[in-house]
Design a protein around this ligand. Sequence first.
Ligand SMILES: NC(=O)c1ccc[n+]([C@@H]2O[C@H](COP(=O)([O-])OP(=O)(O)OC[C@H]3O[C@@H](n4cnc5c(N)ncnc54)[C@H](O)[C@@H]3O)[C@@H](O)[C@H]2O)c1
Length: 340
Amino acid sequence: MMVSSRKQKFGCVVTGVAGFVGSHLAERLLSMGYSVIGVDNFYSGYRENMVSFKDHPEFTFYERSITDPQLLVQLKERHPELRCCFHLAAIVSVPYSMEHPEETMEVNYTATLNLLKESNQLDFKAFVFAGSAAEYGNEQRLPLYEEYATSATERLSPYGEAKFLASVSVGASPRGVSLRFFNIYGPRQDPRSPYSGVISKFMDLAVQGKPLNIFGDGMQTRDFIYVSDVVDAYIAAAGLQEEDSKPVRDIFTSDRTSHIYNVGTGKTTSVLDLAKSLQQLVGKDESLLFLPERAGDIRHSQASVEAFQKATGWRAKTSLRDGLTKTLQWFMQQGGRDLS
Ligand SMILES: NC(=O)c1ccc[n+]([C@@H]2O[C@H](COP(=O)([O-])OP(=O)(O)OC[C@H]3O[C@@H](n4cnc5c(N)ncnc54)[C@H](O)[C@@H]3O)[C@@H](O)[C@H]2O)c1
């Protein structure tokens, strides 16, 4: 693809670049002609996630923590082309956050505030933060509208609380956007992580020919969104565009007072239906193993995606079947790799 001099001079920081979503975002930004400064401390990410772009001439990697003071200021000194920050790095394990609430607050909230402050100081065009559906805690009304998460919401973990506090600050900042992601899935999602979605766990079990573990009756539902749709959402939120595409809608001109948006499909799938779809794809009837319900699991989750669609024109394009097929292909290619 043609890379314009305009884009060569536009750099983006991606924190959490060695992670599942961050690596897909970096790959896309590079393919669009932007330069990418990636930051990660390998807390839950892997070097192998960056294999496809680590040698790209427009990619530079820093093994740093997002808690390092003046991180963005220092990066901007070295890379004057930096104009935008995608902040994805976080402690992503909900169970870990329960055991380590202070560390979770420091990494997921305080560090985010510092990065936001620095990006304002540096006059960045956009600061896009990875919020989470966990910000809605035990909210029962569905679909979930952005306004439902308030300081009075009963959140189920320090992870959810830290994400909520960070989202509120980011969303109120002049060039800040928080995207509250629902259940993301796709290649490179790590089935070993306790936070990892049910899809990566099912895939891992299916390729090993093991029974699929279902907690409870399987009738719990989730809003599953494929990773490339998530990447599209990041690009739209920051107002970036392909070289020859028509100008994108500027999210900051929308009439919302706070730029916090759900990113999901707006559709729900039960865990049991998911297991059956996967059985069909694999072409084998993996047996289902029903285990006791897990404490703290929410029953249903579904995003309202109207606000983000209205602000940017974005919509999720990948069907669950297509997304599962691509994800399964990747897991099968990893067949020889030990993921246990
Ligand atoms: N995957 C999902 O379904 C989902 C849903 C909602 C929100 N999110 C959010 O999206 C973001 C990306 O999630 P993911 O699924 O790619 O997880 P991931 O664990 O694959 O990626 C997170 C990355 O952040 C890095 N990191 C953690 N602490 C760091 C620190 N102090 N300094 C530098 N790097 C650090 C990790 O090493 C890892 O590479 C996270 O903020 C997560 O909370 C994910």
